[in-house]
Design a binder for this molecule. Structure first.
Ligand SMILES: [Zn+2]
Length: 261
């Protein structure tokens, strides 16, 4: 499966033929005729946070989609209550949004092992239930900026490994959050996923903060794509990674409210 096929299964055949990269050219303001009708994607949005819920979430999503700021929004999953909110938005916005469910590494920080396992069980039940069209598992991963204790790092790693297995067994794309931990995340992915299953398994590294060398290493072993916030593409380190990545391996994300585009 090519990156274009997994990243945008919801787009028309015509769009797939155009290629994923065209959608951010459009978002980046390259509004020439050739990209005028290319759909625009927010690869990672969080509208279900308490500060947006419910009024701002519904209104800004409606505004972003109706005005054509974006044509499709992929959410980033954080915790069980938040998954329910995504499902509510999906009921309203239908095929224009994609559900991503998982336990965020920040969510894990203040929770006991039992609470984490309980939530991972809920995640597994949601995937097994098949009543909701779940697009991907995530966001999950390691955040070594936020996790200060060995216990917190271990808990993040446990949840990360569990969610890798879930994504694999339910054949779902996977969304990774890696802060100061890109190398370790890749190491764990390689430990958990047999080499033969890695190729063709879509992994999105959201708000990627690693180096281009790390991105190359990731691409050597996985079928990955990387997403970035427009405001971060002004930082020299991020610009350099963005410019060196093949266009069909990069996407834009709001990591918040898609009206920012
Ligand atoms: Zn996120």
């Amino acid at each position: 499966m090519s990156v274009g096929e997994w990243a945008l299964p919801f787009w028309s055949d015509q769009f797939k033929a155009l290629g994923v990269h065209r959608c951010f050219e459009r978002i980046r303001g390259m509004d020439d005729e050739s990209v005028k009708h290319v759909p625009r994607l927010d690869a990672h949005a969080h509208l279900t946070e308490d500060r947006f819920w419910p009024k701002v979430a519904r209104e800004s999503l409606k505004q972003a989609l109706d005005s054509g700021t974006v044509d499709h929004v992929i959410f980033g999953g954080t915790h069980p209550l938040e998954w329910a909110r995504q499902i509510e938005l999906k009921a309203h916005f239908g095929a224009r949004v994609s559900l991503v469910v998982g336990l965020h590494p920040w969510w894990i920080l203040d929770r006991s092992d039992q609470e984490i396992d309980h939530d991972l069980g809920l995640l597994e039940s949601l995937l097994a239930d098949h009543s909701h069209p779940i697009f991907a598992v995530g966001e999950t991963g390691l955040d070594f900026f936020r996790a200060k204790t060995i216990q917190q790092k271990k808990a993040q790693e446990h949840a990360f490994r569990f969610q890798i297995k879930l994504a694999q067994s339910y054949h779902k794309p996977f969304v990774v959050h890696a802060v100061r931990s890109v190398g370790r995340c890749l190491e764990i992915l390689r430990e958990e996923v047999p080499f033969g299953l890695m190729s063709g398994w879509p992994v999105l590294w959201h708000r990627f903060s690693g180096s281009f060398d790390q991105a190359q290493e990731i691409l050597k072993h996985t079928d990955s794509i990387f997403s970035f916030r427009p405001q971060d593409i002004k930082k020299p380190t991020v610009i350099s990674v963005w410019n060196q990545l093949p266009p069909d391996r990069r996407l834009l994300e709001s990591d918040g409210d898609p009206t920012i585009f």
